[in-house]
Design a protein around this ligand. Structure first.
Ligand code: ZN
Length: 460
């Protein structure tokens, strides 16, 4: 008997666990008051691993770290699901105005940037206010030049400008190369006025020759604009020497709180483990990793939910959602996933919930919205898209919940050297954990079946 008790205490397995007796509201309030799991995880990952560029040894160390932590926290079925991906790494990065006013500008390479010679490329700068202006320009205006796209982004609470304002970064380089440019720099897709450039991925369109492609910090882009406005030809030397190092392994880290009713389906939540290499990836996305893990952990501590809660910490989101796609490809035919949601917009307070459920499940959505209202969270009228990594599930018709964080300052730090732990407010972090805890506790123990939200739809 003694032996049996010891065994039960030593195993994280929930085979002996009782159903959850605390209400989702009680779990929510306890998280809001006193969660320490999220901060501990966020502090640990950013301190003990640091930056986690996808496909590199740093990201591999993050997976090993996550497996250790999730195991220590008592999750079941902790494992890594590896996948292969092409890996790009940063090199030297300099931008200099050679004439008429010689000076250095702060630049960083965009993901998948082509490489210049070690001595850089030198050319006259041609500026465009928008991608559309570049698109409309004749090749003769661009050939042999360094293109500068000076496109401003303004902060919004819901981050809605990113899709529109991100276009220069995502499509500008291919367009510039196609017209014969020898290099391209964009004004950073950011809302701060610090001398920190914002990196981020861009992909070369089919058949396009990669060229050096960088982002200037916002003050440096404004400086270049003032220099150009003097009306004299401006020559720049752009030195970016990143490398493609071939196919490497990344992976998704998976952990579970096993449910008591396998037929009720699985809820998948998570964030992405990889980050850009300039900061320590605190808001993007150690925060999402920590928030969703802490929520699942709190529910697990309270008892056994009806549905399995699966936490997936995705690899390689930043260079193109490789982990999210690999996870969907591997599981979408075999696994009965009934609800998905990703946290990937920092750690400022959740202000809105968007819920996409089947009409028959309207009551589930109403219960979740009622649980979130005391946290100051309003119910939105938009569709939930489950974030980049779980978006494929949402587009396939699986029910989804988005807990939208206040994004007003998110793009001050996003993808910069300034994405570090001190930018996270522990009080707002706990509010995030409280919101996810209440949402997932209510959904995991919902007595009704959670149905598909609708037919598959195309990516936006
Ligand atoms: Zn992210």
């Amino acid at each position: 008997m003694k032996k049996l008790i010891l065994l039960a205490a030593a195993l994280p397995s929930l085979a002996f666990a009782a159903p959850i007796t605390q209400s989702p509201a009680q779990l929510r309030d306890a998280a809001l008051e006193g969660d320490t799991v999220a901060w501990t995880m966020l502090e640990g990952l950013t301190t003990e691993v640091g930056q986690r560029l996808a496909g590199t040894e740093a990201e591999a160390r993050a997976r090993a770290w996550a497996v250790r932590e999730l195991t220590r926290l008592g999750f079941a079925n902790v494992h890594v699901e590896p996948f292969d991906m092409p890996v790009w790494v940063r090199g030297e990065e300099h931008a200099e105005i050679l004439s008429p006013f010689p000076q250095s500008l702060v630049v960083t390479a965009l993901g998948n940037s082509g490489a210049s010679p070690a001595s850089g490329v030198e050319a006259e700068v041609v500026a465009f206010e928008t991608v559309a202006a570049l698109e409309a320009a004749p090749e003769s205006a661009v050939r042999g030049k360094i293109v500068f796209i000076d496109h401003h982004m303004a902060p919004t609470q819901d981050g809605s400008g990113y899709g529109q304002f991100g276009a220069p970064r995502r499509t500008g380089p291919s367009l510039a190369s196609r017209k014969g440019a020898v290099g391209v720099v964009v004004r950073s897709i950011g809302t701060d006025h610090h001398r920190n450039p914002h990196t981020g991925v861009q992909s070369w369109a089919a058949g396009v020759q990669p060229i050096p492609a960088g982002a200037l910090s916002v003050p440096d882009a404004e400086q270049l604009q003032r220099i150009l406005s003097r009306g004299q030809p401006v020559r720049m030397r752009l030195t970016l020497t990143p490398r493609n190092i071939g196919t490497r392994q990344s992976g998704n880290v998976v952990a579970e709180v096993p449910g008591s009713d396998p037929a009720a389906g699985v809820i998948v939540i998570g964030g992405h483990l990889d980050s850009w290499d300039l900061g320590t990836g605190a808001i993007d996305n150690a925060a999402g990793v920590a928030i969703t893990t802490a929520a699942a952990h709190r529910i697990m501590q309270a008892g056994q939910p009806r549905r399995t809660i699966r936490v997936v910490l995705f690899g390689a989101e930043e260079p193109g959602v490789f982990g999210g796609q690999a996870y969907f490809d591997r599981h979408h035919q075999g696994d009965n996933v009934v609800l998905v949601g990703e946290s990937d917009f920092g750690a400022d307070r959740v202000w809105r919930v968007n819920i996409t459920l089947a009409p028959a499940n309207a009551a589930v959505g109403d219960r979740v919205a009622a649980l979130l209202a005391p946290l100051g969270i309003v119910r939105g009228t938009g569709a939930a898209n489950a974030g980049a990594d779980l978006g494929p599930w949402s587009r396939a018709g699986v029910a989804a919940i988005d807990l939208n964080q206040d994004g007003t300052r998110y793009f001050d730090y996003h993808h910069t050297p300034d994405d570090t732990l001190d930018k996270v407010d522990p009080v707002q972090l706990r509010q995030n954990v409280a919101a996810w805890t209440a949402t997932i506790a209510a959904a995991a123990d919902a007595p009704e079946a959670i149905e598909r939200a609708g037919p598959p739809r195309a990516a936006r």
